[in-house]
Ligand binder design. Structure first.
Ligand code: FEO
Ligand code: CA
Ligand code: CA
Ligand code: CA
Length: 579
C-alpha cells in the first residue's frame, strides 16, 4: 500500500466479552467505523434509508440486509469494487408486524442477494460511494444465466423457463470467494427454507427429504407462485449453486455454475494449480455433510479475462474422504482422498446420470462413501502456504459411535479447523494429507488443541465459520454462535514459526450479531460484516436488543464495518520506507 498504517496483525489480543454486550470491542489502538449499512442508497436514484417507510422500489436500490461475505476487486491502489452477500433477513426486526403484507414481502425479497458498491481508500480508511457507476443490486428476482452441464436440463425446467436457461434470483448467499480473474463467487446456502413444500412431488421425494425442502417457506409464494412447490416442483432445483458475478461490468448477467454441484453451498474459493487448471474448494453446511472440490478442464491464462470467466463452466467434481492415522501421535491427522463424482463429463456414481449427480449432489455423494463432517462452513486456500483451511463449525448431533479423527468429538459444540496439504501443492491431485490445526473451545477443556501451542496463552474460541488470510499467511477466523456465552468475535492464529497456534481475539461484535465475511485488505484494514445484530428471540422494532451501528435510527442495521489504526505512521501517500 502507498500509505503505511500499522499492520492489523500487530495487535494485542482482546478478552472475551459477555454475549449481551452491545458494542464493537476493538484491540487497543484500533478504531471501527461503518463502511456501508443496510438501506444505504447505493444505486443511483435510491432514496435515503427510512425505517418507517420501507418500499420494495427503494430496497431494490439500497444496500441489502444481513451482510455476510465481503469481497473486494481492486481497480487501483486505493480503489475497488466491494461485493457483499445479503444472506437473509430478520423480518421480525425489519417490520413491526405479526404477518407481512405483500409489499413488505417484496421489500424482504429485494433485501436478499448481493450488494455491489465502489469504494476508495485514504490511509487505511475506505469510503463507499453512493450512486457510483458500478454500483448494483442483485436480488431474489435478478436474471441469472444457467451455465455448465445443467443448462437446458429438464430437472431445472419450469413453466416460466421450460428450456432451463434463466433463473430469477439468488437467495441465502452465505460465504464466497474472489477469483484470480476478478469475479466473485457466492454460495447459495439455506435455500430450502424459502419454499412452501406441503408435500414432495412425485419422483422427487428422496431429494426433497435429503435437502430439507419440507417447510412452510417465508410467505414468498404470496408474491411469486414459483416459491410454492405445488405450483413449480422444479423451482428448488434452480437454487443451491455457486453463482459467479462480474462486479466490474454492471451490465453483465450473473451465472449459476451448475458444474460445482447443488447443495447448501457455504461458498467457494479458487486456486490455480501448478499446471494452470483451477481448483475450487467448497463446503456443504449441514451436520454430517461433506467437503467438495471442482477442477477445471481448461487452464487459467493470465490476462485473458474472457477466457478465465468460463473456467468454472466445465470440469470435474469430487467429494472428500478423510482417514485418520490414529490418536497415539497426539494429533488429529491422517491421509485423504478426493472421490470422483463427475470426471471428464461422465458420471462416476453408479446408477446416476451427470445431470442427476449435479442436481442431487448430496444423494450422489452418499453413494461413494465420503466422510460425514461437522458442518463444513467456509473452505479457503491460504495463498501463502497454498494449504486449504476448512471451518467445521460444530455438530451437536454427533454421538460417540460416530467419532472419527477429523471429527473427534461427540456433541461437538465448538467446532474445529481442518488443514489440507496437497502433494507438491497441487490441489488437482486426488490424494492429500490433513490435520486439525485447531480444536475449538475453552483452552482449559482437555479436548481442545491449538496447534500444539501453550494453552495457557491462547484465547477461547467457539463455532468457527469464516476463514481469511493476511499477507503473512496468518489464519483469521470469524465465529457464528458461541457456546461459551461470549460475544461472537474475530481471531488470528499464526500457522508458522514459534507463534503457530497462538490464537488471539481481535474484535467482538454487538449483541445478537455474528462476525461474518471478513477480509484483510493489504494488511492494514479489516473489513467485517456485522450480521443479524439484535437477533434475539422475541425482539421486535419496539424493543430492539441492539442499536448497532448507533446512528440514531433506533434500530439495528446490519453493516459492513472496517477496523484499522487511525493514525498512520507515515504521511498519507508516501511509500513505505524500505526495511
Ligand atoms: Fe450461512 Fe453456513 O453459514
Ligand atoms: Ca493422528
Ligand atoms: Ca457462514
Ligand atoms: Ca454459520
Amino acid at each position: 500500500p502507498a500509505t503505511r498504517s500499522r499492520f492489523v496483525y500487530d495487535f494485542t489480543g482482546t478478552a472475551p466479552v459477555p454475549f449481551e454486550t452491545d458494542k464493537v470491542v476493538t484491540p487497543e489502538g484500533f478504531v471501527w467505523k461503518p463502511l456501508v449499512k443496510w438501506g444505504d442508497p447505493i444505486v443511483k436514484g435510491a432514496p435515503e434509508f427510512d425505517f418507517d417507510n420501507q418500499t420494495a422500489a427503494a430496497q431494490e436500490k439500497q444496500f441489502g440486509y444481513n451482510c455476510d461475505y465481503v469481497g473486494l476487486v481492486k481497480t487501483g491502489d486505493d480503489a475497488g469494487v466491494l461485493v457483499v452477500n445479503n444472506e437473509y433477513t430478520n423480518d421480525e426486526l425489519m417490520f413491526e408486524a405479526s404477518e407481512l403484507s405483500v409489499e413488505q414481502l417484496k421489500v424482504v425479497m429485494m433485501a436478499h442477494g448481493l450488494s455491489i458498491v465502489e469504494v476508495t481508500r485514504k490511509g487505511a480508511e475506505w469510503t463507499a460511494h453512493m450512486g457510483a457507476g458500478k454500483n448494483r443490486r442483485i436480488t431474489a428476482s435478478t436474471p441469472f444465466e444457467v451455465v455448465g452441464p445443467l443448462r437446458g436440463s429438464k430437472l431445472l425446467a419450469t413453466k416460466a423457463d421450460p428450456k432451463a436457461r434463466t433463473v430469477l434470483g439468488t437467495i441465502a448467499n452465505c460465504a464466497g470467494g474472489m477469483t484470480p480473474w476478478g469475479t466473485i463467487l457466492s454460495g447459495e446456502e439455506n435455500f430450502n427454507g424459502y419454499f412452501k413444500a406441503e408435500s414432495a412431488p412425485a419422483g422427487q421425494e428422496e431429494s426433497y427429504a435429503r435437502y430439507g425442502i419440507d417447510g412452510e417457506g417465508r410467505g414468498w409464494d404470496k408474491v411469486d407462485p414459483r416459491f410454492d412447490t405445488a405450483q413449480e416442483p422444479n423451482e428448488p432445483n434452480r437454487f443451491g449453486y455457486i453463482v459467479e458475478v462480474d462486479p466490474l461490468d454492471p451490465t453483465s448477467t450473473p451465472k449459476k455454475l451448475t458444474g460445482l454441484g447443488r447443495f447448501k453451498h457455504e461458498g467457494a474459493n479458487v486456486t490455480v494449480a501448478p499446471d494452470g487448471r483451477v481448483v475450487a474448494v467448497m463446503g456443504d453446511d449441514e451436520r454430517f455433510d461433506y467437503m467438495y472440490k471442482f477442477v477445471s478442464r481448461k487452464k487459467y491464462v493470465a490476462g485473458s479475462r474472457q477466457h478465465n470467466k468460463k473456467l468454472l463452466e466445465d470440469g470435474d467434481l469430487y467429494v472428500a474422504k478423510f482417514t485418520g492415522d490414529g490418536a497415539d501421535d497426539g494429533v488429529s491427522d491422517g491421509t485423504g482422498e478426493w472421490l470422483p463424482l463427475v470426471v471428464g463429463g461422465k458420471s462416476k456414481v453408479p446408477g446416476m446420470s451427470v445431470e442427476e449427480v449435479l442436481v442431487h449432489t448430496r444423494i450422489a455423494a452418499d453413494k461413494v462413501g465420503p466422510t460425514k463432517m461437522d458442518r463444513p462452513e467456509d473452505v479457503e486456500v491460504n495463498p501463502v502456504n497454498t494449504r486449504v483451511y476448512a471451518a467445521l463449525t460444530n455438530n451437536s448431533k454427533r454421538v460417540p459411535s460416530q467419532i472419527d479423527e477429523a471429527n473427534p468429538r461427540a456433541n461437538n459444540k465448538h467446532g474445529q479447523i481442518l488443514e489440507i496439504t496437497a502433494p507438491g501443492n497441487d490441489h488437482t491431485k486426488t490424494d492429500f494429507v490433513w490435520k486439525l490445526v485447531l480444536i475449538c473451545g475453552d483452552p482449559k477443556d482437555p479436548t481442545t488443541y491449538f496447534d500444539g501451542y501453550d494453552k495457557s496463552q491462547v484465547s477461547p474460541i467457539s463455532c468457527p465459520d469464516n476463514v481469511a488470510f493476511d499477507g503473512k499467511g496468518n489464519l483469521w477466523i470469524s465465529t457464528d454462535g458461541n457456546d461459551l456465552g461470549n460475544a461472537d468475535a474475530f481471531f488470528m492464529m499464526p500457522l508458522a514459526g514459534d507463534k503457530a497456534g497462538h490464537l488471539q481475539q481481535f474484535h467482538t461484535v454487538p449483541h445478537g450479531a455474528e462476525s461474518a465475511g471478513p477480509l484483510i485488505v493489504d494488511d492494514i484494514t479489516v473489513l467485517c460484516s456485522v450480521q443479524h445484530p439484535g437477533e434475539i428471540e422475541g425482539r421486535t422494532p419496539a424493543n430492539p436488543a441492539s442499536l448497532f451501528p448507533y446512528d440514531g435510527t433506533g434500530q439495528p442495521r446490519p453493516s459492513v464495518i472496517q477496523l484499522y489504526v487511525e493514525k498512520p505512521t507515515d504521511e498519507p501517500g508516501e511509500p513505505s520506507p524500505s526495511p
